[in-house]
Design a binder for this molecule. Sequence first.
Ligand SMILES: Cc1cc2nc3c(=O)[nH]c(=O)nc-3n(C[C@H](O)[C@H](O)[C@H](O)COP(=O)(O)OP(=O)(O)OC[C@H]3O[C@@H](n4cnc5c(N)ncnc54)[C@H](O)[C@@H]3O)c2cc1C
Length: 287
Amino acid sequence: MPMFDYVRAHSIKEAIGLLSDPRYVSRLLAGGTDILVQARRAPIMFQRLVDVSRVPEMKVIERRGDEIYIGAAVTYTEILESELLNAHAACLVEASRTVGGPAIANAATLGGNIANAARCADGIPPLVCLDATAHVRGPDGARAVPVVELVSGQRQTTLQPNELITHFSFPVLPSGARSVFLKVGPRNAPTLARISVATAGALSQEGRIQFARVAPGVVFPRPQRCIEVENLLIGERPDAALCAKAGAKAAQVMIEIAGQHWSTNYDAIALRGLVARALRRTFQLEE
Ligand SMILES: Cc1cc2nc3c(=O)[nH]c(=O)nc-3n(C[C@H](O)[C@H](O)[C@H](O)COP(=O)(O)OP(=O)(O)OC[C@H]3O[C@@H](n4cnc5c(N)ncnc54)[C@H](O)[C@@H]3O)c2cc1C
């Protein structure tokens, strides 16, 4: 393991001050499950790690009015154990259940997952589905940026040097809405996503779909919702045939956006099935 300095920050202000210290090239450390693995594999590009894993302001999970706030240093285990998130962000809780094993989930944070910006990151589809905003702070102040704009590509973000994600927020879903996360991976055990999807939906009193969100993971060059699929669902009565049609549309949109490559045939079949199944579960056509 290469040598570098380590320092723990106790507040967001202190973390930004440490990151901006001109004497060191510094990087943030949260759970370390990405950055320390990367540091073992390749020459490191930093001289100091600034640990934000215990910054109290970055550990909150709370409701403020009609919005839910999740600190960037919240771990997957803390998400799983949160009553608030179980009630209002089932897709994020389900995604957290699939991350690594217990040892990884106890350390890995939502902020680290999004800042690392791997295409297979399990945190991305739920946050996109929930229409989440990332709250970012740096030496020049604070800004709010939608997660779909923060993650700009594979391992790329629009974070500026010395900026950190402090927390995420998203509007509470409409009353009666349900959300679901599903992923397929290379093995039938905790695994990185080969393809994933987060969906959310709610029915009107007449039993028609009045709210629908579909956010596939991995298959697009950058995170986005499938608005074409959502439009196809709105106003319809949910049944298995409609969910299958939505799955086929998602596969078609994927090919239009991502183009054809070696795995397109597999991806299209897997995405079609995954979206259809997630929607059947969202609208309680199956468990
Ligand atoms: C065995 C194993 C299994 C895994 N399984 C999965 C899986 O199933 N699904 C999945 O999605 N991932 C998985 N991962 C990857 C990893 O656990 C996640 O991406 C995790 O969420 C990263 O969070 P962290 O807190 O450990 O990040 P760290 O490694 O601490 O940091 C990652 C990056 O984000 C930056 N960073 C950290 N916090 C912030 C912040 N608040 N603001 C800005 N930048 C920040 C760091 O500087 C670094 O560049 C796995 C990793 C391992 C080792």
